[in-house]
Design a protein around this ligand. Structure first.
Ligand code: ASP
Length: 329
């Protein structure tokens, strides 16, 4: 739905992708037995008035439970963000999204678009049909951030807190304030429509990664497969070796990258590490990312496997995938 507007008004575009925020349950008292991705984004804005001087535009990009997010939706979403952000009168974009993979989508969009206008993902922990849904306030807050003229980069707004795409992680299964930013802390807060900022917005970068935006279905199907394996007490190299066997047998989509969800400061069980080194020798790009929710991996001189710094395993996987796509030329 695109509203017409006078030249003095600015637009904020709200892109819908589904999630609990668009979820429906059989009864208002049920906050967990719902189906995600049911209510259209235009309906989610039903009771929300546009702040003064703003016109809200809605567009449904996808309608899914974000646990099932895939690369095709990411590319489509990135394209729609790029399209709208290029419009002079668009102040920013809001994306309604499920909480489960929100941090991955946010990281992907920041890596690909690095926008100089705000792209604000928001969500809910309770479905739209809840007696007391959290979605409407989150959307209001996200619109306030998207309309902030100094804002830039990809952020996540949930429960009045603004997180950077680089740092945000879902940390709670049930609470409405389900996200945290680890050591970095939040970018700021939204209080009654006003943004109180504590630190810099995520950095923008001219141009972003236009190759990703141009990817069609065929190209996406060829994106390098990057697996994540966790190091833990009693870990083995069996799964790595199976993946290497598959590779050696010439399977259609061999593992090209491997992220080790490592313990502490990037340490890996010796059996898994030995297998990961075999994978690295066989040409697989291997990266260690810490399982810890805060801190970064501090490098040591005897490291044989690269580390992902402060990135979580799921974000390290996206970073490695984009790196491998870039290398493929
Ligand atoms: N499974 C839902 C989703 O990620 C959870 C949520 O949105 O809270 O779409």
């Amino acid at each position: 739905m695109v509203d017409s507007l006078s030249s003095s008004l600015r637009r904020v575009v709200v892109l819908g992708t589904g999630g609990t925020i668009a979820g429906r349950a059989a009864s208002g008292g049920d906050n967990i037995g719902y189906t995600a991705g049911q209510v259209g984004v235009a309906d989610l804005l039903g009771g929300i008035d546009a702040p003064e001087g703003l016109v809200l535009v809605t567009e449904q990009v996808a309608q899914l439970d974000s646990k099932d997010m895939d690369f095709g939706v990411w590319v489509q979403l990135a394209r729609r963000c790029a399209f709208w952000l290029a419009e002079a009168d668009v102040a920013g974009v809001v994306i309604t999204h499920g909480t489960d993979t929100l941090e991955e989508t946010a990281f992907f969009l920041q890596a690909v678009l690095a926008p100089d206008k705000p792209v604000v993902l928001t969500c809910a922990m309770r479905p739209a049909t809840s007696l007391s849904p959290d979605g409407p306030q989150n959307v209001r807050d996200a619109i306030a951030v998207a309309a902030t003229s100094s804002a830039q980069g990809v952020t996540v707004v949930c429960a009045g807190v603004i997180h950077s795409a680089m740092d945000v992680q879902k940390v709670h299964t049930y609470r409405q304030d389900a996200f945290a930013s680890g050591d970095a802390g939040p970018v700021g807060y939204v209080e009654e429509g006003a943004v109180r900022r504590l630190r810099d917005w995520p950095r923008s970068q001219a141009g972003g990664n236009s190759r990703i935006l141009e990817a069609d279905e065929k190209a996406i199907a060829l994106w390098p497969r990057v697996e994540i394996l966790t190091s833990h007490a009693g870990a083995s190299g069996a799964l790595v070796d199976l993946l290497l066997q598959e590779r050696a047998a010439g399977c259609a989509d061999p593992m090209r990258g491997l992220v080790l969800a490592a313990t502490g400061n990037g340490t890996v069980h010796h059996a898994l590490e030995a297998a990961a080194l075999r994978a690295q020798d066989a040409g697989v790009a291997v990266l260690r990312a810490t399982r810890c929710t805060s801190g970064r991996i501090l490098p040591r001189p005897d490291d044989k496997l690269r580390n992902a710094g402060a990135l979580t395993p799921v974000k390290a996987r996206i970073a490695l995938m984009l790196e491998l796509i870039g290398k493929a030329g």
